[in-house]
Design a protein around this ligand. Structure first.
Ligand SMILES: C[S@@+](CC[C@H](N)C(=O)[O-])C[C@H]1O[C@@H](n2cnc3c(N)ncnc32)[C@H](O)[C@@H]1O
Length: 229
C-alpha cells in the first residue's frame, strides 16, 4: 500500500457527534465526504470507544492518568474518547492521515483538558521502529479495525511486540476487529490471529461485558498481554 499525501478543504467535511455518557461530553468528529479508509469512523472504533467508557464507569481510574498509545487512529474516535476519560493519549497513523486527525484533536481539545486528559497526534508507520514514539512507554495500547491488508500483518505485529517489550511498563492492549465475509478477509484475519496468539496471551472479551448498545457478533474485542517466560 502506498502512503499518499492528503489534504482537505472544510467543505469536504461533515461532523459526527459521539456522546460519552459517563462524563456528559460529546465529541465532534469530522469525517470526509470522500476519501481513504482513514477518513470515516469505522464501527469497530465505536465498539472499542464504548468499551473504554463502560470500563471507566465501573473503575474510575481505568484511564484517568494512564498513558495510552493508539495505532491506526483514523479520525481518532478511540483515542479521543480515552483522552476525554482522563488519559494522556498519543494517537498515531500514516503521515497523510494526520491533518484531519489533528483537526479532530483541536476541535475536542477543551473537552479533553476539562477532564484532565491530553491528546497529541504523531505519524507512526507500523514496522518502522525509528520513530521518536518508540522512546516512550505506555500503560495501554488500543487499535480498531487495523487488520485489512496482507502487507501490514507482520509490521503491525512487530509494532505491537515492540511496544509491549518496554523496560518499565507492560501495557495491556485492546483490539477490535470487524470480521468481514469475504474469503480474502477471513484468511487474512486467521493469519493475523494465529500469529497474535503465538506471540501474546489473547483473551476475547464477551459481549455481555461490552457496552449494551455498542457490541456486535461481527466485531471481535480482544484483550492482549505479553507472555511472561
Ligand atoms: C480501517 S481504518 C480504521 C481507522 C480507525 N481505527 C477506526 O476504526 O475508525 C485503518 C487505519 O489504519 C491506518 N493504517 C493503515 N496502514 C498503516 C500502516 N502501515 N501504519 C500505520 N497506520 C496504518 C489507516 O490509515 C487507517 O487510519
Amino acid at each position: 500500500m502506498s502512503h499518499r499525501r492528503s489534504s482537505f478543504q472544510s467543505n469536504d467535511l461533515f461532523p459526527r457527534e459521539i456522546d460519552i455518557e459517563v462524563c456528559l461530553k460529546t465529541l465532534k468528529i469530522f469525517q470526509k465526504i470522500e476519501g481513504d479508509v482513514n477518513c470515516v469512523v469505522w464501527d469497530a472504533s465505536l465498539v472499542l470507544a464504548k468499551y473504554l467508557e463502560t470500563m471507566s464507569q465501573n473503575k474510575a481510574d481505568f484511564l484517568s492518568g494512564t498513558r495510552v498509545l493508539e495505532l491506526g487512529s483514523g479520525l481518532g474516535v478511540v483515542g479521543l474518547t480515552a483522552a476525554t476519560l482522563g488519559a494522556q493519549v498519543t494517537l498515531t497513523d500514516l503521515p497523510e492521515a494526520l491533518p484531519l486527525l489533528r483537526l479532530n484533536i483541536k476541535e475536542n481539545k477543551s473537552k479533553i483538558s476539562s477532564m484532565g486528559g491530553y491528546a497529541i497526534a504523531e505519524a507512526l508507520v507500523w514496522g518502522d521502529h525509528n520513530s521518536q514514539i518508540h522512546k516512550d512507554e505506555f500503560d495501554m495500547i488500543v487499535l480498531a479495525d487495523c487488520v485489512y491488508y496482507e502487507e501490514a500483518v507482520d509490521p503491525l505485529l512487530e509494532t505491537l511486540q515492540c511496544f509491549s517489550n518496554t523496560i518499565t511498563k507492560k501495557p495491556t492492549m485492546y483490539l477490535t476487529q470487524e470480521l468481514r465475509d469475504s474469503e480474502i478477509q477471513k484468511k487474512l484475519w486467521k493469519k493475523f490471529y494465529d500469529k497474535l496468539t503465538d506471540l501474546f496471551i489473547v483473551e476475547q472479551i464477551p459481549e455481555e461485558e461490552q457496552h449494551k448498545n455498542y457490541r456486535s457478533s461481527d466485531i471481535l474485542l480482544l484483550r492482549i498481554k505479553k507472555k511472561s517466560y
